[in-house]
Write a protein that binds this ligand. Structure first.
Ligand code: SGN
Ligand code: CA
Length: 537
């Protein structure tokens, strides 16, 4: 990897130019009548905020292979989840139904794998199906001819995998290993008489963001741009707990009481990865020690060389307040981005493999994530909120035989649409009770005239890690109304005037009509999606 930077000024964002080495193969594709049964590769990352993808205008990273996928296919500008947390998002992916229907409301439940899912529908339609990587649904996968999954959250280094035959441990970095397994499986199944569909599920970029051996230290000596809202200070984390009531006017209790600030809820052990001996009394110390001791000797040497230096810098600088937050942000975002660099490199490896084998033209490659993520926005990490950073997901789809290169779509699409889309591509029957809609017409630039004009969202995991209160809401192209129902508190955002959602205008008389309209729309959506009156958790 080579990259150059042009620093301008510490407070004005830096321009960062990352030039990635490696082949950049462009293919000229034309729209032709699609063959009936394409192969499908569903690339699914864990917690990938789209503001770290250059095709979405990221200011902090170049992702050449993701960009290649977008420029050779279609990029969806307005793709969202229904419930911004892992297992629920996977339940939605499999079923095409909201959490209250598929039963996966939080990460705590065991997924009911006996219900209809798209992998089963594809199997019935004659597809060979496989799942490799993160699963997180506690029950064994159903609907897959082959599966090889990480237990729970899995490990970045030397990960254990579970298959129907039992467990095995691989040596190396998880993103490389998962990709090797995916390419191997495709290679052994590409010449059969069945089309294939594979779920290629990464662990990255999930917390606690461990760089692979090739990415260790790759952003050293560079200052990455800070998000505009890094110093929101909504829980008084920069002012000794004192909250600026005026700045928070109209905001609900949850933003003050959440536990996801880089300043106060970032572990020196687990998140900053200080040497295990230096953080024995810190939260997560044991998990951190466990990780450190699972590295091979050469992995540990390479790791310690880089991370010991960060710890020394931390001690030497002895920062406080905003300067300390800036320092933590740099450490956080660099670790986070290194994991994405590896995802991007491995995506390139897969795309090259598809080119070399002649599979590229009639293989649909979908790239998306189980939810978005706060990348220091509002001083936070994690997800869960209906706010843009965690609600929005990257979504790019390439299919040279079926999608015109360079397409873009800005309709409101949601993860309930994945299952019906994949069923549609495979020529499988889409059951009437599936709540999403196929994206295939949108992929061809033919949005149906009755396409949705608003989306429904509902987050349930409270009490829970990071203390985000339960809420549901509606988002249109221009506004978002959120109801924190256990607190009986509302927020309304004007997304055109306030894209960072800094100020709720719920009580502003000028927005009374918008509030009334959106409340009506929320009732309509809850009715349409059969949401029970009483909260199902
Ligand atoms: C872990 C993380 C949390 C994260 C949840 C859910 N803590 O518990 O920060 O919110 O996963 O993430 S960690 O100490 O284990 O890193 S999810 O993507 O699986 O829903
Ligand atoms: Ca996730």
């Amino acid at each position: 990897m080579t990259f150059f930077i042009m620093p301008i000024n510490k407070r004005i964002p830096w321009i960062v130019l990352l030039i990635f080495s490696g082949l950049f193969i462009s293919s000229c594709s034309t729209t032709t009548t699609p063959p009936e049964r394409p192969n499908i590769i569903f690339v699914f990352t864990d917690d990938h905020g789209s503001h770290s993808v250059s095709a979405y205008g990221s200011r902090i990273l170049e992702t050449p292979n993701m960009d290649r996928l977008a420029s050779e296919g279609i990029l969806f500008q307005n793709a969202f989840v229904t419930n911004s947390i892992c297992a629920p998002s996977r339940g939605v992916l499999l079923t095409g139904k909201h959490s209250h229907i598929n039963g996966q409301l939080t990460n705590a439940q065991v997924f009911d794998g006996s219900q209809p899912t798209y992998p089963k529908a594809l199997q019935e339609a004659g597809y060979k199906t496989a799942l490799i990587g993160k699963w997180h649904l506690q029950s064994d996968p159903t609907g897959f001819d082959h599966w090889d999954i990480l237990p729970g959250q899995g490990n970045y280094y030397n990960p254990v995998f579970i298959t129907p035959e039992g467990q095995h441990q691989a040596e190396g970095y998880v993103t490389d290993i998962i990709t090797d397994k995916v390419i191997d499986w495709i290679d052994s199944n590409k010449d059969g008489d069945q089309p294939f569909m594979i779920n290629y599920h990464h662990k990255a970029p999930h917390r606690n963001w461990k760089p692979g051996p090739e990415q260790l230290g790759m952003f050293d000596g560079i200052d990455l741009p800070e998000p505009e809202t890094l110093f929101s200070n909504w829980s008084g984390e920069l002012t000794g707990g004192e909250i600026d009531e005026e700045a928070l006017e109209g905001r609900t209790t949850g933003v003050r009481t959440q536990e996801m600030t880089l300043m106060n809820h970032f572990s020196k052990a687990w998140d900053l990865k200080f040497p295990p001996d230096s953080v024995m009394n810190e939260p997560y110390a044991q998990s951190w020690k466990n990780f450190h001791s699972r590295l091979t000797e050469s992995q540990r040497e390479a790791w310690d060389e880089v991370y010991d230096a960060y710890y020394e810098e931390f001690k030497e600088l002895d920062l406080e307040g905003e300067e300390l937050l800036s320092w933590i942000y740099q450490r956080y975002i660099k670790d986070y981005l290194t994991t994405i660099v590896s995802v991007d490199d491995n995506l390139g490896r897969l795309l090259d493999y598809l080119d070399e084998t002649g599979l590229a033209d009639n293989t649909v490659v979908v790239y998306t994530s189980d939810q978005g993520f706060f990348l220091g926005d509002h001083g936070w990490y994690d997800k869960r909120w209906m706010y843009e950073e965690s609600l929005h997901i990257p979504l790019m789809i390439r299919w040279p035989d079926g999608i015109a290169a360079g397409s873009e779509n800005s309709d409101l699409v949601q993860n309930i649409d994945f299952a019906p889309t994949l069923m549609d591509l495979a020529g499988a029957n889409i059951p009437d009770d599936v709540q999403g809609r196929s994206l295939v017409p949108l992929m061809k630039g033919e949005t149906p005239s009755d396409w949705r004009e608003s989306i429904y969202y509902h987050y349930y995991e409270y009490p829970g890690e990071h203390a985000v209160p339960r809420h549901y809401g509606v988002r249109t192209d221009t506004h978002k109304l959120i109801y924190f129902y256990e607190l009986d508190e509302w927020e309304l955002f004007d997304l055109e005037k306030d894209p960072n959602e800094m100020r709720s205008v719920y009580s502003d008389p000028e927005y009374a009509d918008v509030v009334a309209e959106l409340k009506e729309e929320l009732i309509r959506l809850r009715d349409k999606y059969d949401v029970p009156e009483v909260d199902p958790v």
